[in-house]
Design a protein around this ligand. Structure first.
Ligand code: NDP
Length: 285
């Protein structure tokens, strides 16, 4: 057999990026599947992204993940952008097809898969309350709308961002959405099927924080989801459980957005449980 010392290179561009644990998950996947691929964690400062993308092309890299602060700017340097990523205005995964660089967004897809597979819930026809209107919320809101959600109520601290997301969903998808101002102790409408916390409230190290909602308005028929991956069992989810709701943590979304990217790059189904285990270890869980 001919020896081949050439690795297929992928990775992540971000700043700060040193604490991003994706490498652990991806390398576990490559090992498990016996693939000669390498995932590089690369510090690319704001202002250096265009050069970094040129470097990616020159090194013939197979793709890249983008994290803070590059998810929006990267759209300018790509040859094509998937429809849903263009709607969201953000790309977290770039894949190469021949000489073309194609932008995708797997955050919302990861959430959707976790909701369906781990949460046993299809959002089609459902009424949803989405807390937050930042990057994660935009990705989740758009994918839920494209998956046939009936009605989305966007609740956000900053009205302009919340209104913009509701308008985006109304104008570009078949779903309906409205912005609702985040008053003190937001009370959930009675017809809510799915509640999602897509804010950063409760993220490590601020683990005692929880979104300001009236937890007594959570009912047993609802599914309550958090995007916070660390810690997975947030105070928000504990309160929801105490009020009888089914819950879904953010670890599944994190794993699936990575495994969807793994498949896009390698063409091989990702070993989901091994990758999840590796990520849990990286978080010390
Ligand atoms: P952004 O900074 O883009 O958005 C943050 C959101 O949280 C905004 O809606 C912001 O409201 C809201 N927010 C923050 N602090 C408060 C507060 N004190 N009170 C009310 N609202 C608040 O961040 P991202 O969307 O990129 O990330 C959000 C969370 O999602 C993070 O915790 C991140 O870890 C998680 N995430 C998880 C993923 C996963 O795979 N599980 C993937 C991607 C992100 P405002 O608009 O008013 O500022």
């Amino acid at each position: 057999m001919t020896v081949n010392y050439l690795d297929n290179l992928v990775g992540v561009f971000g700043s700060p990026v040193a604490e991003n644990p994706t490498v652990v998950m991806m390398e576990a996947g490559f090992r498990e599947r016996g693939l000669n691929w390498k995932y590089l964690t690369i510090e690319v400062r704001k202002g250096d992204l265009e050069d970094a993308i040129r470097g990616l092309r020159a090194f013939n890299m197979r793709g890249i993940n983008l994290t803070i602060p590059h998810k929006i700017e990267v759209l300018r340097y790509l040859d094509e952008v998937a429809d849903d990523a263009r709607l969201m205005g953000a790309v977290n995964t770039v894949r190469r097809e021949g000489s073309k660089l194609i932008g995708e967004n797997t955050d919302g897809k990861g959430f959707l898969r976790s909701l369906k597979e781990d949460g046993g819930t299809n959002p089609a026809g459902k009424k949803i309350v989405l807390l937050g209107a930042g990057g994660a919320a935009r990705a989740i809101g758009v994918e839920l709308a494209l998956a046939g959600a009936q009605y989305l109520r966007i609740v956000n601290r900053t009205p302009a961002r919340g209104k913009e997301l509701a308008e985006l969903i109304n104008s570009k998808t078949a779903a309906s959405a409205e912005y609702i101002a985040w008053d003190v102790r937001f009370i959930l409408p009675e017809d809510t099927d799915i509640l999602v916390n897509a804010t950063s409230i409760g993220l490590f190290p601020d683990i005692e924080a929880k979104p300001d909602i009236d937890y007594r308005s959570i009912r047993s028929g609802m599914i309550v989801c958090d995007v916070i991956p660390n810690p997975p069992r947030t105070v928000f989810l504990k309160e929801a459980e105490n009020n009888g709701a089914k819950t879904l943590d953010g670890l599944g979304m994190l794993v699936y957005q990575g495994t969807i990217g793994f498949k896009m790059w390698t063409g091989v189904d990702a070993p989901v449980s091994e990758m999840k285990e590796a990520l849990k270890q990286a978080f010390g869980l």
